[in-house]
Design a protein around this ligand. Structure first.
Ligand code: HEC
Ligand code: HEC
Length: 289
């Protein structure tokens, strides 16, 4: 390899002086436009470092003269949105929940807010459409444990059911076998009776014995006619809507061991506006009374 710089005859450009096996390397300069573009990007980058957040440091970063942050922009936008809704929130806070319906604009605001709060706080148990699941009641139907008017729903959401709040709703269906209140035969009879209530084929003799067991042990909560007792959160046992399940095995399990479903109290987790929105949303779902 020799190092002789010379002019290439064909292109008229200088060579670099590098030559391999008779092949010489031309020293073609970068096009002007390319060079200026590159200098431009370098200057742009330096300017950017100065005005915008750019370089990581040990515990923070260089924040730049403009002090821009995407989190700050979001906070600003949220503040604006909240300010825009402040009047509605204020009105909802003061409103009589039973009358919000008369104010279409406020009602719509509340139900929309309730829907998104439901997706965040409630859907993991009650399902995204509030359709429920075994052990978690469907909130769309008009079969209520505790009641479906606005005031009742509001109280349920605020204080929960068997929650750790002192004002919680308490409905305690005993675990009849575990606590030795009934023996297995009596529970079996009671289950046959419960099956007969929703019009299913049962062992008639057992169901007749079960009716007596029911009268003595169950009617105080579920009602003489088994149509439910809302003061105790006891479900209607005569319809086709089941909370835990209506097959015999599940019914036996419910009576023998109890269930003690827990619904958390929200009064310390959500602000009153959100609880009001949730109340109106749940009430709007179809079962509202
Ligand atoms: C951890 C699970 C869980 C979460 C989260 C939850 N719930 Fe519940 N909810 C339950 C259970 C379980 C019951 C039934 C309790 C019982 O056995 O009486 C219930 C009952 C209810 C009832 C009473 C229904 C009736 O028939 O009377 C309402 C209303 C309700 N929930 C609304 C909500 C709302 C609104 C939220 C969100 C803020 C929510 N729940 C979040 C588990 C939950
Ligand atoms: C102290 C009140 C109380 C008494 C007494 C009681 N229950 Fe219940 N029962 C409830 C409550 C509250 C529930 C709701 C379930 C829970 O605990 O989460 C329930 C739920 C049930 C369910 C589940 C229904 C479903 O939809 O899945 C069945 C079945 C049932 N009770 C049958 C009985 C029978 C049979 C007896 C008598 C042997 C009885 N209960 C006595 C309060 C009572």
């Amino acid at each position: 390899m020799s190092e002789k710089v010379e002019k290439d005859e064909i292109s008229g450009t200088q060579t670099t002086g590098h030559e391999w096996d008779g092949i010489k390397e031309l020293d073609t300069p970068m096009p002007r436009w390319w060079l200026w573009t590159m200098y431009g990007t370098i200057i742009w980058a330096i300017g950017y470092w100065i005005v915008m957040p750019a370089w990581p440091m040990i515990s923070s970063y260089t924040s730049g003269f403009l002090g821009y942050s995407s989190r700050g922009v979001l906070e600003e936008e949220l503040k604006e949105a909240n300010a825009a809704h402040a009047a509605d929130r204020e009105a909802l806070l003061k409103a009589d929940l039973n009358k919000v319906h008369d104010n279409a604009q406020l009602y719509q605001f509340a139900v929309r807010g309730g829907k998104s709060a439901f997706a965040v706080n409630c859907s993991q148990c009650h399902g995204s459409g509030a359709q429920g699941a075994p052990g978690y009641p469907n909130l769309n139907d008009d079969d209520w444990l505790w009641g479906g008017n606005v005031d009742t729903i509001y109280q349920t959401i605020r204080y929960g059911i068997r929650s750790d709040h002192e004002d919680t709703r308490v409905g305690e269906m005993p675990a009849f076998v575990t606590s030795e209140m009934l023996d297995k035969n009596q529970v079996n009879d009671a289950a046959e009776y419960v099956l007969s209530l929703s019009g299913r084929d049962t062992d008639k003799e057992a169901a007749a014995r079960g009716q007596a067991v029911f009268k003595e042990n169950c009617a105080s909560c579920h009602g003489e006619n088994a149509k439910g007792g809302r003061d105790f959160g006891a479900p209607n046992l005569t319809d086709a809507i089941w909370f835990y399940g209506g097959d015999k095995k599940t019914i036996l399990r419910t009576i023998s061991k109890g269930r003690h479903g827990v619904m958390p109290a929200w009064i310390n987790r959500l602000d009153d506006v959100t609880i009001r929105e949730l109340t109106l949303y749940v009430h709007s779902l179809g079962g509202g009374e």
